[in-house]
Write a protein that binds this ligand. Structure first.
Ligand code: HEM
Ligand code: HEM
Length: 194
């Protein structure tokens, strides 16, 4: 297949995409397990610490990814896509970027307003502050309730958007009009002929 260099994402975008996809899948699993699996309390506390640590890493990577997106724009969508498919792809990707940033921020808001006021220490090593203006509220209970609801329902909405994204990626890969190779580590310079 003949590819131009702009038929696939650059190495930084690919690395960020897959690192963050892994991180987000792990966060969804940890989040659901710590809230709903009925695990012993000591184990739940460990999972919370791990969830917070990975979540903050995802937040930092999301900022880096958005910045990189401005430096190196995405390769143009293939001509084979209809106008509707283009709009859907753009809207879906924009929604994923919004969730990548907003969801960790709401999680950070939860821990900053939590009545137990448990500090966040990333991977048990690096102290991470609360969001100061939330932590300093005289009555944190309403903000805590809002942050919890936003984080929980935001996570469920993210799961739905990611499911749609993966479904669309696989469907187009099968149809052959948008190859998965656009986001692959295994597309090398020698694959590009032009
Ligand atoms: C939490 C999981 C995921 C998130 C948050 C995510 C997010 C994104 C975003 C935001 C883009 C657009 C990048 C840009 O234009 O700057 C993208 C592209 C892409 N993603 Fe994902 N993704 C996830 C998982 C997956 C999985 C599991 C697959 C595999 C089926 C996949 C396949 C792709 C492909 C092939 C593209 C390139 C689309 C194109 O050709 O333009 N993604 N992803
Ligand atoms: C993309 C990033 C994130 C994802 C996908 C995610 C996902 C989830 C999920 C699925 C839950 C369980 C929701 C439920 O069923 O009640 C959850 C809970 C939670 N997450 Fe996250 N999370 C992310 C980032 C963060 C961050 C950065 C923090 C804190 C620094 C955090 C702190 C929490 C806390 C404290 C809970 C328990 C909330 C409660 O008790 O209602 N999360 N998360």
């Amino acid at each position: 297949m003949t590819r131009s260099p702009r038929d696939h994402y650059d190495a930084v975008a690919v690395m960020l995409h897959w690192t963050m996809a892994l991180g987000i899948f792990v966060l969804i699993g940890l989040g659901l397990a710590m809230k709903h699996a009925g695990l012993p309390k000591a184990r739940v506390i460990q999972l919370y610490q791990l969830h917070k640590s990975i979540g903050i890493v995802v937040l930092l990577l999301a900022v880096a990814r958005l910045a990189w997106r401005f430096v190196r724009s995405a390769p143009p969508l293939p001509d084979a896509l209809s106008a509707l498919e283009r709009r859907a792809a753009r809207a879906g990707h924009a929604a994923l970027y919004v969730f990548m940033l907003a969801l960790p921020l709401t999680g950070w808001a939860v821990v900053s307003t939590a009545p137990l006021n448990i500090p966040t220490v990333l991977f048990g090593l690096i102290p991470w502050p609360h969001i100061w203006f939330l932590a300093d509220l005289p009555n944190k209970a309403p903000a805590f309730a809002v942050a919890q609801a936003l984080h929980k329902y935001g996570a469920y909405a993210l799961i739905a958007v990611v499911a749609g994204h993966v479904g669309a990626a696989l469907r187009h890969a099968v149809k052959g009009d948008v190859p998965l190779a656009r986001m692959s580590f295994f597309t090398h310079a020698e694959d590009i002929s032009e």
